[in-house]
Design a protein around this ligand. Structure first.
Ligand code: DP6
Length: 326
């Protein structure tokens, strides 16, 4: 019996400049450039064990066995790693999130980043962070960014994400206001395909997104919160507008989402720097400075429709955990 194993931790990330739409569906290449902050408060720990006695890949997420399409996505990533290694052993994957899975908190980002790194470390491939990012990207493009801590970007058409700035560049706070998850709506992969095929606003989104990305990147590198926050809100709303123009419309924003957005605007009018963004789900992520984070978190926590607030700073690189660590 031969077993080769590794355990890694990867953080989720929130796009400040959004990715929505594919330049190549087969290769899973993004149509627009995106830039994200890696979140230290949303973590996935994954162990991958290649075992020559296994007949098929097996995977659990938070202790629940995966089957169907989720398991097929795991196997597809493992196949890419196996083909680099010239190995045919099947693997056992145990993955645990410290936040609600499939709730629009971008669990696929940390999940596929952790899986790509754990599988390549288990087989001792010695791949660069860029190559691991490319493996994660082929499964889920937002996962490419989670290989890098701090702030990372994935260019339009790019195979690998790259670091824009380390976590130490700017200690921003991102407060995740978890709202009622409601019924599960369309996943991001099919949501962006449907938007591309049916929304007349998709073309405008593709045209505008690179410009907003440039604004976000410039403001981040210059550490200017107001233009960063303003461009972040614009990116999110442009993306959601393109989805709402689809037929039938894709609407991820719930009543609580809109209400939290107004709260954030009110806080800003009262002099607190706070800016919102939303992904393919109803939760609102609020960007502020650490010195205002307690006050903003309290206002969010007390707001109707907010179930809890998860406070995040810029997280570390995805990395291997020593045996026994969690
Ligand atoms: C709204 O990375 O989940 O979170 O590449 O099809 O797996 P696939 O899509 P995914 O899309 C994430 C979309 C988003 C914005 C973002 O994270 O940039």
């Amino acid at each position: 019996m031969t077993q080769r194993t590794a355990q890694v931790m990867a953080c989720s990330n929130i796009a400040i400049a959004k990715y929505w739409g594919k330049a190549d569906t087969e290769l899973n290449l993004p149509a627009v450039p995106s830039l994200s902050m890696t979140l230290d408060g949303l973590r996935t720990v994954t162990r991958v064990t290649f075992d020559d006695e296994l007949r098929t890949d097996e995977a659990t997420l938070d202790g629940e066995p995966l089957s169907g399409r989720p398991l097929a996505r795991v196997t597809a990533l493992l196949d890419r790693v196996r083909s680099i290694a010239g190995c045919s052993d099947r693997a056992r994957v145990e993955s645990n999130n410290d936040f609600p899975t499939a709730s629009g908190l971008a669990s696929s980002a940390s999940g596929f980043a952790a899986l790509a790194l754990a599988a390549s470390r288990a087989l001792k491939l010695g791949l660069s962070a860029g190559r691991v990012s490319g493996l994660a990207r082929a499964s889920s493009a937002s996962a490419a960014r989670s290989i890098f801590g701090g702030y990372a970007a994935l260019d339009a058409g790019a195979r690998e994400a790259e670091r824009v700035a380390p976590a130490s560049h700017w200690e921003l706070a991102m407060l995740v206001a978890v709202t009622d998850p409601g019924p599960k709506s369309i996943g991001s992969t099919s949501g962006m395909q449907h938007t591309a095929q049916t929304s007349p606003y998709y073309r405008e989104w593709i045209r505008e997104a690179p410009r907003v990305f440039d604004e976000v990147k410039r403001a981040l590198l210059a550490r200017e919160l107001e233009p960063l926050g303003e461009a972040m809100e614009h990116s999110a709303l442009l993306m959601h507008a393109s989805m709402m123009g689809a037929r039938p419309a894709i609407v991820y924003l719930a009543p609580a989402t809109l209400s939290v957005m107004s709260l954030v605007k009110r806080l800003r009018a009262d002099g607190l720097p706070a800016y919102f963004t939303m992904d393919a789900g109803p939760h609102v992520k609020v960007l502020t400075l650490p010195r205002h984070a307690d006050e903003v978190a309290l206002a969010l926590d007390e707001h109707p429709g907010v179930e809890r607030v998860i406070r995040c700073g810029p997280g570390p690189d995805a990395h291997e955990l020593k045996p026994g660590a969690a």
